[in-house]
Design a protein around this ligand. Sequence first.
Ligand SMILES: Nc1ncnc2c1ncn2[C@@H]1O[C@H](COP(=O)(O)OP(=O)(O)OP(=O)(O)O)[C@@H](O)[C@H]1O
Ligand SMILES: [Mg+2]
Length: 248
Amino acid sequence: MIRIVGVRKRFGDREVLKGIDLDIPRGSNLVILGGSGMGKSVLMKHIIGLLQPDEGQIIVDGEDISRMSPLQLKRVRGKFGMVFQNGALFDSMSNWDNVAFPLREHRRDLKGAALDERVRHLFQLFSLDPDVVGPRAPSEISGGQRKRVALARAVALDPAIVLYDEPTTGLDPITTDQVDEMILDAKRKLGVTSIVISHDIASAFKIADHIIFIYDGQIVVRGLKHEMLTSTHPFVQRFFATWTAKNV
Ligand SMILES: Nc1ncnc2c1ncn2[C@@H]1O[C@H](COP(=O)(O)OP(=O)(O)OP(=O)(O)O)[C@@H](O)[C@H]1O
Ligand SMILES: [Mg+2]
């Protein structure tokens, strides 16, 4: 579904991605782990075409998006849903309108009661009361609720690929588990391809078909739980040792 070949990216004199190669099979869940500031969000923004690489290619569904015009990109983006790290809701719109936004933009056939029904369903999918949360502005709900509104908006169009930048950071354990189950469900029932940046190692192990660990702009470990926990890379060892110590 997605193939990344030799991607490099620099900002000023700092090289943030130093040659990334990655294949993401259709209908699989990839989890990206790594320390803060290592290039995870930058990599994700390349996959959706918000950033263009200095070198290398990003092939989505057979098309190289790294050199596309804005108009071509707009068409390809219809395949994606994305949950940004900060939620990135439109503050001038109600939560209801935020979730309805992609439907009004791309699903002109959905109107009136059918549109309302779809939006209500999306709210309920994330345990949000559409009558309470819907009319409020994003600034008038809690951080966890905002995150769930952002999740509802990301999956509104039933995209084939969903990118999640820390979808569960700041959510309580029950909601975190619901988000994990939703990601697994989307894969099982709809064959959705998901790419998830996470700091939650337990949920990473639960949902991943494949995990990559990014350190200093490079993939330093690939695999699953076993590969992560037995890595000889010093930073990766420290990362998981800290976690293991807390989870005994
Ligand atoms: N648009 C930009 N212009 C300049 N530098 C940027 C830009 N976007 C990201 N960076 C830099 O690239 C580096 C990697 O950032 P990135 O957001 O990918 O980190 P991350 O791995 O997602 O970290 P975190 O876990 O904290 O979210 C950082 O040093 C950041 O300052
Ligand atoms: Mg980030």
